[in-house]
Design a binder for this molecule. Structure first.
Ligand code: PLP
Length: 393
């Protein structure tokens, strides 16, 4: 008998991917320009020129073995050193290459962190609405996913609700700021309040509650401060990826930082390595580790997303939609115009609009619009958003 849990995971697939697949089919039928696919977080902004320069330089200079051979399991020493040095420049820290473990993107970073930090049967708190794969990764680590609603006005962490959800079995909390799906950026005060609650809970425990800070959107912000979480709560592991900041989601490259300021760092890094080994996630792509070495300080190009955000929010306000003002990431979290978000998305589909209903993010009644598409797609979609709203009047 095959593994039924895995069968189930594969058969159910992800709602976001299902909508994306539908969009591809529909584009074949009626033309790409007539389908408004807001499902995936696939950046439309091209990767920076520095990425191409780095690849061309590697192709010209390196041997096949250097280009395509295995790297050490945790990554190339030069890449790990470059990541640590970049963080040190930006956050005034003193990290070293050994504190960085290169991964195949944030999915692997979070999965490895969970396997390293959490034992089967323990609980991991997520802040709802949350990135749907968190539940899959938590349960794959044998742990229990505990959902805690974000503050429903600001979509910051409801720290009192987190405090109430902590049990002796709580092993970790995952946060994701700038947030997918709401676009909220957790403020310093909010993170300090969370740190206080976790520290208070730790007083009565043998092992601290770990914070897993999943930060693939760190650079995608529109002016807000994104505080450095390990400087606020010492038991924090940071998960990162270049999927969004450098528009490289198909290349699968990111990292886990186990800060050397973390009291249990010398045990956690080997556990991360063990998790990567057990999950088969060793050796991030060699060529793209070299790209990271060369482009580690390359700024993310957020201008196009800022423009999309401006055009979309201005128009949706005019049509009567309400939404959370996004400070970061490239998602707009909009109230569905009826209680049932799935029914709303079905109706949106008749206008060729393809947002994602909020149910899979752990809450009812909202939709997520991924505005990392071209500005032209945003503009062309506006009459459809208006016509959709008009059907509810
Ligand atoms: N975490 C969050 C919050 C995400 O939004 C995503 C992707 O959209 C991931 C993790 C996975 O990122 P990656 O493609 O780098 O594995």
């Amino acid at each position: 008998m095959i593994n039924q849990t895995m069968y189930q995971r594969g058969a159910e697939s992800s709602v976001i991917r299902e909508i994306f697949t539908y969009a591809c089919e529909r584009k074949e039928q009626i033309g790409a320009q007539n389908v408004f696919d807001f499902s995936l977080g696939n950046p439309s902004v091209p990767a920076p020129a520095a990425v191409r320069d780095s690849i061309e330089h590697s192709l010209a200079q390196l041997t096949s073995e250097q280009l395509h051979g295995y790297t050490p399991a945790p990554g190339l020493p030069a890449t790990r050193a470059a990541v640590a040095a970049s963080l040190n420049r930006r956050f005034g820290t003193t990290y070293a290459a050994k504190d960085v473990f290169m991964t195949v993107g944030a999915a692997a970073s979070v999965s490895c962190s969970l396997h390293a930090l959490v034992n089967p049967g323990e609980e991991v708190i997520v802040i709802a609405p949350f990135f749907p794969e968190y539940r899959v990764w938590i349960e794959n680590a044998g742990a229990v996913c505990r959902e805690v609603l974000a503050d429903q006005e600001t979509f910051q962490i409801d720290v009192a609700a987190v405090r109430d959800a902590i049990t002796p079995n709580t092993a970790a909390v995952i946060i994701d700021s700038p947030n997918n799906p709401t676009g909220a950026v957790y403020t310093r005060e909010n993170l300090e309040a969370l740190a206080m609650v976790l520290s208070q809970a730790n007083g009565a425990r043998e092992q601290p509650i770990f914070l897993i800070s999943d930060e693939p959107y760190r650079e995608v912000v529109y002016g807000a401060e994104v505080p450095w979480v390990p400087s606020i709560y010492e038991h924090t592991v940071v998960c990162y990826s270049y999927s969004k900041s450098l528009s490289l989601p198909g290349e699968r490259v990111g990292w886990i930082l186990v800060p050397n300021t973390m009291p249990l760092a010398d045990q956690i890094m080997p556990a991360v390595a063990g998790a990567a080994r057990c999950l088969g996630f060793v050796c991030a792509p060699a060529l793209f580790q070299r790209v990271v070495t060369d482009c580690v300080d390359e700024p993310a190009d957020v201008e196009a997303y800022a423009r999309n955000r401006e055009t979309l929010t201005r128009a949706l306000t005019e049509y009567g939609y309400t939404y959370v003002e996004p400070d970061g990431a490239f998602y707009l979290w909009v109230r569905a115009l009826e209680d049932d978000a799935e029914a709303f998305c079905e109706r949106a589909r008749t206008f060729e609009l393809l947002p994602v209903p909020s149910n899979s993010f752990g809450v009812p009644g909202w939709i997520r619009i991924g505005y990392c598409v071209s500005h032209e797609t945003i503009e062309r979609s506006l009459p459809a958003w208006k016509a959709l709203a008009d059907t509810y009047k």
